[in-house]
Ligand binder design. Structure first.
Ligand code: 6GU
Length: 273
């Protein structure tokens, strides 16, 4: 997979050299190119932004540097043999970046990122490139960052670990909390390793029982408990067919009940814990 990132802070992308993404690069699974947007400015101050039409606070990133940068970066990629580019535009007004989007992006051969600072990029830039390639405008969560660079790191890590031969173990992401179809999209419960007692804290006996069925059931109940507490929306969104008899019993013990229609489970407000 080829990645191009155009940014006014190339040094912000340094973490792409370490850890999992760095290893993916070293193994030749990822070919990363970071470009300084200011290379495509020609005034003394290397201006990349200007005041917004219609007034208002903040600055907007100008069309020309982005246009020239993206033309040159895509041309260089094609010349190097890349094909099928996708433009990934990190923005708080994008659609939510989910595991599903990560899986989709991991199947593309070439991602071009345009992290913006200020109030974002002049709309005409995305409109222009949307005539040439798919455009993904994505947000990594309901909060506002000063720029899209951190989002590029997040997206790249989520995508890189899905590339064949990067994680080492193909099983490793099958039961990711948000993998499509995973454990009915439950959060994962707690995990433990040696020593068996640490500062007086033991581990649940069942994990030492050697009884695989009981262990699997315990893990499932812990996942249900954790999801019900931290992400009740995931429980409500679940197809009830994804819950077996014991799941229903566990949810009921946690204060959840099936709706009359049977389609959704909802936690009554008056239940503790
Ligand atoms: Cl992708 N960019 C910025 N600037 N803020 C964000 C975001 C992206 N996702 C959530 N907040």
């Amino acid at each position: 997979m080829r990645l191009d990132v155009v940014t006014i802070f190339p040094e912000y992308l340094e973490p792409l050299n370490v850890s999992l993404v760095g290893k993916a690069r070293a193994r030749g699974r990822l070919d990363v190119h970071v470009h300084d947007l200011r290379r495509w400015t020609y005034d003394r101050h290397h201006t990349v932004d200007d005041t917004p039409y219609g007034g208002g606070p903040g600055m907007v990133m100008k069309t020309e540097p982005w246009g020239e940068a993206l033309d040159e970066v895509t041309a260089a990629g094609y010349e190097a043999g890349a094909h099928g580019p996708v433009l990934v535009v990190p923005t708080p007004s994008g659609r939510p970046f989910t595991q599903e989007v990560a899986v989709e992006l991991s199947r593309r051969p070439w991602l071009v990122f345009t992290p913006a600072r200020y109030e974002g990029i002049d709309r005409r830039v995305t409109d222009e490139y949307a005539t040439r390639m798919p455009v993904y405008e994505v947000s990594i969560g309901d909060y506002v960052l000063a720029g899209g660079e951190a989002a590029v790191l997040v997206i790249t890590e989520a995508v890189a670990r899905l590339l064949p031969g990067v994680l080492g173990n193909a099983e490793s992401h099958r039961d990711d909390s948000f993998a499509p179809g995973a454990m009915a999209n439950l959060l994962e419960g707690p995990v433990y390793t040696k020593p068996p007692v640490w500062r007086g804290h033991g581990i649940p006996d069942v994990l030492l029982s050697g009884h695989h069925g009981k262990i699997a059931r315990w893990r499932r109940d812990e996942a249900l408990r954790r999801t019900a507490r931290h992400r009740p929306d995931l429980i409500e969104r679940c197809d009830p067919a994804a819950f077996d008899k014991k799941d229903r019993e566990t949810l009921s013990n946690l204060g959840w009940a099936p709706e009359p229609g049977g389609r959704f489970w909802r936690r009554p407000d008056d239940v503790e814990e």
